[in-house]
Ligand binder design. Structure first.
Ligand code: ADP
Ligand code: MG
Length: 552
């Protein structure tokens, strides 16, 4: 047995870690399962490039709670550690073996999905444990080792009798953390943080019902068998190529994400980019009501399939926080404050990429199936209107597919609407006036009166639309919105009909001659032919104002 001193400059770092490193004690499990996953992925990589001459097999990670002895075990079948590696990776706090690995296998290892990078995750174990044991056996042909540390900078290192490859972490749970000895609590944590991690995670067993054997009687009980209870889906939909997924796969992944949500999503957007930043994910448009208190914070943020948070504020624009789904990016710096996050260049790019993808998806739905898009409008308008109001870039794109429904159930884009009403709904300042009702029942008689005059009446009843109208009035030329029961609606004018004269130029000249003859040569009247082109009258005879007054 050997003893040594953990290599940190601060005399006793553990109280500090316990207090300040992570505000949430529960993340210790996420960190330890992440390390177990990394150890397994490293072995996978080394066997695939021939650097480890061992069978990779079908490794799993197992979590066990031993309430009687107040212990939690996290067991993996990954690369394990030699004595030298324990000294190097464990005893040097804030030295990340994950980063070192990625550095060493820069080219071949960049898609391994390895999680760790700060070199602090392991020590989060001391947030809940008064003593931590590591029993580990490297895939290399070296004896297994046991490391024990009770939270002081002193540790013990000795040979162990472990024969299978991999690492077992044993937490001796502290008195103030016994909540983590409850099986239900651990299961909740595993489901929250590890539900989509890439290596199967076993937590106990469950009873599986098998099909009845042939010839079994009606009331014979179906046979059962105990199987590993694997709590995660190691291959979630967002990690797959969009071309490998069917519509049904997206729907079933939605149910996996929100087991309590019975309504199906309207459509999805698969995010997949690896330059200039790495990001994958699937966003869903749920049916949204007019109620602005809709539950936000439904988008989950992951890093390499490890759940991080469901608060994506600062990462996606606010109007998209109404959507649901998953974003996975190792490029989002999460150990910083939200305000710093919003100023971060990479995060800004991520945010505008997501906005663009959402706009593009909506635009293609609009173009490919207008009827279907119209039928969904009421369920998606809140997001679109809110986006148009708050993000100028989104406004520019959405302006082409945002719809303005009428009380009669027609749907116009803005351009179509103007085209439709511009000749019929003009005010004295020559602005095109767009009429709308916000409540069809209360404004029924006004709406009917306006329709009787041939006006189009929009039905704009979302809570955001009033603000959007203001924005449209300032950003579009020569239009104004008026509620159908406003006073000046009575004073709208039709633009004068343009009747183009059917006479040819020669015929016009002849007509002018004839008229002048009738009026007499010295007449003060003039015949205006220009009027023929723009007015309903065939011609116009005018008399100068002074001549008219002289006669009075
Ligand atoms: P990080 O994961 O950021 O590298 P950690 O503090 O979580 O930092 O872990 C430190 C190092 O300890 C890891 O990089 C790895 O080399 C080693 N380690 C931790 N857990 C295991 C494990 N289960 N199997 C093998 N090595 C491990
Ligand atoms: Mg780690």
């Amino acid at each position: 047995m050997a003893t040594g001193k953990i290599n940190v400059s601060v005399e006793n770092i553990f109280p500090l870690i316990k207090k300040f490193l992570y505000s949430d004690h529960e993340i210790f499990l996420r960190e330890l399962v992440s390390n177990a996953t990394d150890a397994t992925l490293k072995l996978k990589h080394l066997t695939s490039i021939g650097e480890a001459q061992v069978e990779y097999g079908n490794p799993i990670i197992e979590i066990k709670v031993d309430k009687d002895n107040k212990k939690i075990h996290i067991i993996d079948q990954g690369i394990g550690m030699t004595e030298a590696e324990v000294k190097k990776y464990i005893n040097e706090v804030a030295f990340s073996g994950a980063e070192e690995f990625l550095d060493k296998y820069k080219d071949s290892g960049k898609d391994t999905g390895i999680i760790g990078h700060f070199g602090l995750g392991f020590y989060s174990a001391f947030m809940v444990a008064e003593k931590v044991e590591i029993v580990t056996k490297s895939f290399k042909d070296e004896p297994a080792v046991r490391w024990v540390c009770d939270g002081s900078p002193e540790f013990e290192l000795s040979e162990a009798d472990k024969t299978e490859r991999g690492t077992e972490i044993i937490l001796h749970v502290a008195e103030d953390s016994t909540e983590f000895l409850e099986e239900a609590r651990i299961r909740t944590l595993l489901t929250k943080y590890n539900k989509f991690m890439p290596i199967p995670i076993k937590f106990g067993t469950r009873t599986e019902t098998l099909p009845k054997p042939e010839g079994a009687k009606e009331d014979d009980p179906a046979p059962t068998k105990e199987v590993d209870d694997i709590i995660n889906n190691p291959n979630p939909a967002w990690t797959k190529k969009p071309t490998d997924l069917e519509a049904e796969d997206y729907k079933s992944f939605y149910r996996e994400l929100y087991p309590m949500q019975f309504e199906e999503p309207l459509f999805h957007i698969h995010l997949n980019v690896d330059y200039p930043f790495n990001l994958t994910g699937i966003l869903y448009f749920p049916k949204l009501t007019n109620d602005l208190n809709i539950q936000k914070d439904k988008i989950q943020l992951y890093q390499n399939q490890v759940f991080v948070t469901d608060n994506v504020e600062g990462i996606v624009p606010e109007f998209l926080t109404m959507l649901r789904g998953v974003i996975d990016s190792p490029d989002i710096p999460l150990n910083v404050s939200r305000s710093y996050l919003q100023a971060d260049g990479a995060v800004k790019k991520i945010s505008s990429y997501i906005t663009k993808k959402v706009a593009d998806k909506l635009s293609s739905l609009f173009k490919n199936n207008r009827e279907d898009f119209e039928s969904k409008w009421n369920d998606i308008k809140v997001v679109i209107e809110y986006g148009m109001l708050s993000e100028d870039k989104f406004f520019d794109k959405a302006d082409k597919f945002a719809l303005y429904p009428t009380v009669d159930g027609k749907y116009y884009t803005f351009e179509e609407l103007i085209e439709k009403v511009k000749d019929n709904q003009t005010d004295k300042d020559n602005k095109t006036v767009l009429l709308y009702a916000s409540n069809t029942e209360e404004q029924h008689s006004y709406t009917e009166a306006a329709k009787a005059k041939g006006y189009e009446v929009l039905l704009l009843d979302s809570p955001i639309v009033a603000h959007l109208l203001q924005k449209l009035e300032t950003s579009k030329e020569n239009i104004s919105f008026a509620r159908v029961d406003a006073d000046h609606v009575d004073n709208l004018i039709k633009k004068e009909e343009e009747t183009i004269s059917k006479l040819s130029d020669d015929e016009k000249e002849a007509l002018k001659g004839e008229l002048e003859k009738v009026l007499g040569e010295k007449s003060s009247y003039t015949v205006q032919l220009e009027a023929m082109d723009s007015n309903a009258q065939p011609f116009m005879i005018t008399e100068p104002e002074f001549m008219r007054r002289m006669k009075d």
